[in-house]
Every structure is written in C-alpha cells, then in structure tokens.
Design a protein around this ligand. Structure first.
Ligand code: NDP
Length: 314
C-alpha cells in the first residue's frame, strides 16, 4: 500500500513542495493539514498534484480545539498514519505587539510549538498502530534557533531562559515571551524553533525504543522565497533572496528544500532517530550539531512538562 503522510501547513512553501515531492514518487498519499481549505486545494492544483495523491483536511494550529477536531476527523477516515510532518509556522518579525491564539497564547509559540506539541502527542497513538515498516515523526527546525551558527547569532537571539513566561501561560498578562522578557516577534519565532528541536529530542528519548518510530528534525536551508517572510518590510523581501543566493550561499529553492524534507520522510538512509539533519552545498545530507540550548536535555524535559500543562495533557 501507499504510505500516508500528514503535513501541516502544506498550502505553501516548504510544506507544499514536500507534498508535491512525495506525491510524485507514487508511493505516498499526502494529507494536507491546512487552515485555509481553498488555498490548499488551489496550491495542490497549481503544482500539478493529482486528486488521488492528496486530501486536504482542515487544521488551525492556533486553536487547540481545532487540533483535537483534526485528530478526530483523521481517525474517522480510518486510514493508518505512517508519517507526521510538523511544518507549519508563523513568523512576525515586524510586529510591535503580540497577537494570541484561540486559547490566549502568544501566536508564534502558540502555533509553531504548542499546536504541534498537542498534535504530535495525540497522533503518536495513531503512528504506534500503523504497520508501516518505517514510521516517522518530523518537526521542522531552523538554523535561526541555533546559536552555534552564524545565522543563529543575528540578534535577537533565541533564549528560553528558565521558561518562566511559558510557565505563567504566555498570555501577555505576565509576559508573552517564554523567558519572561519584553515581546519581540523575531525572537518569539526563534524561541518556537528551539522548542520544536527540543520536543523532537524529548520524543526520541521517551518513545523511540518503545514505539520504533523515528523522530527527526531538520534545517532544509534558507528558502528565501517562501511566504514565511510575508510580514517583513518590502525592502527586506526584495534583498533577502539575492543576499542568500550570492553572499551567504545558504539559499535553496522551494523545490530543492521539498526534496530534502521528502528524504527525511522516506529515504531509508535517513531513518536514524533523534537526528537534526542538514545538507551541505552539494546537497548531501549530514547529521548536524544543535546549539547548547537546543540540545539541553534538562530544558527539553522541563519544556515538555510545562507544555503538557498548557495544552491540557497533564
Ligand atoms: P510559509 O509561510 O510559506 O508556510 C507556512 C505554512 O504554515 C503555510 O502553509 C501557512 O498556512 C501555515 N500556517 C501558518 N499558521 C498556521 C496555522 N495557525 N494553522 C495551520 N497552518 C498554519 O513558510 P515556509 O514554507 O518557509 O515554512 C515552513 C517551515 O519551514 C516552518 O516550520 C519554518 O520555520 C521552516 N523554515 C523555513 C525556512 C525558510 O528559509 N523559509 C528556513 C528554516 C526553516 P497559509 O498558507 O494558510 O498561510
């Protein structure tokens, strides 16, 4: 049978390119888990995916109710779940004030981390039941959360501190930042990516042996053309792609990045669990090192426990 992969945020950018790359192999049925049903349908058509290769299902990660509803709806289809890709993200680098999810969490961390945290915990049960030979759960990370890299050292740097802001609910009353500091949209995004990478490793430690599921994260390269930068100032959007292409040389096309993530989904040589994958300039994959904070096991455990409380799992 074909494998079934759920990809969040498959209506544009990396998620769409990955859905397309998987569909093109003829070995995958992709569930495009998207907040905008029509946009996702149009996107799938625009890249030439054929109807039998995908299903669009509604998921708004900025609402925990929607996450639960999505899981119920997926279960009702009685398909097996073989791979989950947590890809969707929001980035608000120019926001002066925080915005909030349905449950009142700061939007970037609420969507990118807490929404995916609940989704991955619930769908782990479904992954366990699948008889697919190589079951995987992937959470897209980023270089920007890794302060051991040049890109990760561009201020404001990611820093979760002692998680005091998260523990107090990230609701803007005490703070809307994980470390309890002043709101900064760019930092909130980077912090959320650190959470994604910590969560992947904690999942690996807790569940890999017991379930056989492969847990992985990745940095696909700088995909400077995606919608992620839609809220940035126009000059930035104009100059960022050529800057990445010719100066840093970190640029990858959406198509190439999609192929990379598709490898993490299905390539037998990328089946190791607990790995943060990256690619070098000739597009070969390697196991990359995470920053000190993004590989801090104690912080990962604390993040897990605080997040469980916030999403109502504990
Ligand atoms: P895009 O903005 O193109 O894609 C983000 C996707 O997330 C969109 O499909 C968007 O939906 C979806 N999304 C946003 N909010 C929600 C929500 N509340 N519920 C459901 N879906 C939502 O950006 P990218 O493709 O660049 O980003 C994909 C991933 O790649 C992210 O995890 C990002 O952190 C990561 N990444 C990107 C890099 C880059 O250079 N671009 C570099 C490293 C990592 P909609 O279409 O409706 O807006």
């Amino acid at each position: 049978r074909k494998g079934t992969a759920v990809i969040t945020g498959a209506s544009s950018g990396l998620g769409l390119a990955t859905a397309k790359a998987l569909a093109d192999t003829g070995k995958w049925h992709v569930i495009m888990a998207c907040r905008n049903f029509l946009k996702a349908e149009k996107a799938a058509k625009s890249v030439g995916m054929s109807k039998e290769d995908y299903t669009v299902m509604h998921l708004d990660l900025a609402s925990l109710e929607s996450v639960k509803q999505f899981v119920d709806n997926f279960r009702r289809t009685e398909q097996q779940l073989d791979v989950l890709v947590c890809n969707a993200a929001v980035y608000q680098p120019t926001a002066k004030e925080p915005s909030f999810t349905a449950e009142g969490f700061e939007l970037s961390v609420g969507t990118n981390h807490l929404g995916h945290f609940l989704l991955s915990r619930l769908l782990l049960e479904d992954l366990k039941k699948s008889d697919y030979p190589s079951k995987r759960m992937i959470i897209v990370g980023s270089i920007t959360g890794n302060t051991n890299t040049l890109a990760g050292n561009v201020p404001p740097k990611a820093n979760l501190g002692d998680l005091r802001g998260l523990a107090s609910g990230l609701d803007g009353q005490n703070s809307s930042m994980i470390d309890g500091g002043e709101y900064d949209g760019a930092k909130a995004y980077k912090d959320s990516k650190v959470c994604n990478m910590l969560t992947m490793q904690e999942l690996h430690r807790r569940y890999h042996e017991e379930t056989g599921v492969t847990f992985a994260s990745l940095y696909p390269g700088c995909i400077a053309t995606t919608g992620l930068f839609r809220e940035h100032i126009p000059l930035f959007r104009l100059l960022f792609p050529p800057f990445q292409k010719y100066i840093t040389k970190g640029y990858v096309s959406e198509e190439e990045a999609g192929k990379r993530l598709a490898q993490v989904v299905s390539d037998p040589s990328l089946g190791k669990s607990g790995v943060y994958w990256s690619w070098n300039n000739n597009s070969s994959s390697f196991e990359n090192q995470l920053s000190k904070e993004a590989s801090d096991a104690e912080k990962a455990k604390k993040l897990w426990e605080v997040s469980e409380k916030l999403v109502g799992l504990a």
